[in-house]
Ligand binder design. Structure first.
Ligand code: BT5
Length: 272
């Protein structure tokens, strides 16, 4: 981290001066994305300051390109945002965004992701695009959450058989924005909550993401199979205009779900 501070010091003297004085985060006010907000890096001390989001984005870019691993990447900690995905898409690969509250949190297919302020871990990682990223993120999140959390294809985290979190990967040509939401102190009806301290869970998650985002496809598939709540079960797979029921037998090499010999690359799955 010493190198990181030196880099900041050379690149942005004002920010660096602020970041080496106190332990808490850097406060941000004038922002169309977030109010109020904070920037920090792994164990970085920092201080109160007023900044614009473009300054933050530039700073994140300059710092993140110099970092060797995601578990040392800078974290943009925000208060209220539309979605952490929206903030993350303007940042460089390696950046991480968390928020207390999302006014427009989303799942796949424009579904809503609901969580009242301060009740969930809401985070987006900016990563290199990779075909199995959604499954890798599921493995990372399940390991961070603990042994009782299992994976439902394609992107759900289950606790006691109920949904406790979800993964949303959005791609641009240059980067993948991997969003993860985990219910901690609140859950909608029929869903589960984890009741773990948010910062501790986040620390484990960024460490596991660094590992699994760099893993081979074979390693991701093997671990996903081990943590799966879907494989071996009877399932219903729903696609627009088509519903199939059968036994979820395995994952294919690209992460597709094999149901009675037929490969599904997308769809909503119900465990029967
Ligand atoms: C997901 O979509 O499960 C992906 C959720 C990703 C959320 C994270 S939070 C950080 C980042 N920023 C974002 O804006 N999104 C990501 P999907 O499989 O489409 O599931 C969505 C469905 O889950 C909804 O239609 C609801 O039925 C249900 N749902 C909504 N909020 C929930 C919650 N808090 N807990 C459990 N289920 C929920």
């Amino acid at each position: 981290m010493r190198l990181l501070y030196r880099f900041q010091l050379n690149a942005m003297p004002l920010i660096a001066a602020a970041t080496i004085t106190t332990r808490s985060a850097m406060r941000l006010w004038p922002s169309k994305l977030a109010i109020p907000a904070a920037v920090s890096s792994a164990n970085a001390p920092s201080a109160t300051s007023i900044m614009t989001t473009s300054t933050i984005a530039r700073w994140i870019f300059m710092v993140s390109v110099s970092l060797p691993a995601m578990d040392q990447a800078p974290v943009l900690r925000l208060g209220t945002v539309t979605s952490t995905q929206d903030v993350a898409r303007d940042l460089a690969v390696g950046s991480i965004v968390t928020a207390d509250y999302q006014t427009g949190g989303r799942g796949r297919l424009e579904r809503r992701w609901e969580s009242p302020p301060g009740t969930a871990l809401l985070v987006s990682f900016v990563l290199e695009p990779s075909p199995l990223l959604s499954l890798a993120a599921g493995v990372a999140a399940a390991e961070a959450c603990g042994p009782r959390v299992r994976l439902k294809w394609p992107n759900d985290l289950l606790f006691n058989g109920r949904k406790v979190g979800g993964i949303l990967v959005e791609m641009t040509p240059e980067k993948a924005i991997c969003g993860i939401g985990v219910n901690l102190t609140w859950a909608p009806e029929g869903a589960a909550q984890l009741d773990q301290p948010r910062d501790e869970l986040f620390g484990r998650l960024r460490e596991r993401m660094a590992v699994w985002a760099a893993a081979t496809d074979g390693e991701v598939l093997a671990r996903w199979r081990q943590r799966s709540a879907t494989l071996g079960r009877r399932v219903r797979v729903e696609l627009p205009g088509k519903t199939t029921e059968g036994v979820a037998q395995d994952l294919g090499p690209r992460g597709e779900l094999i149901v009675d010999g037929v490969a599904f690359v997308a769809g909503s799955v119900t465990h029967l």
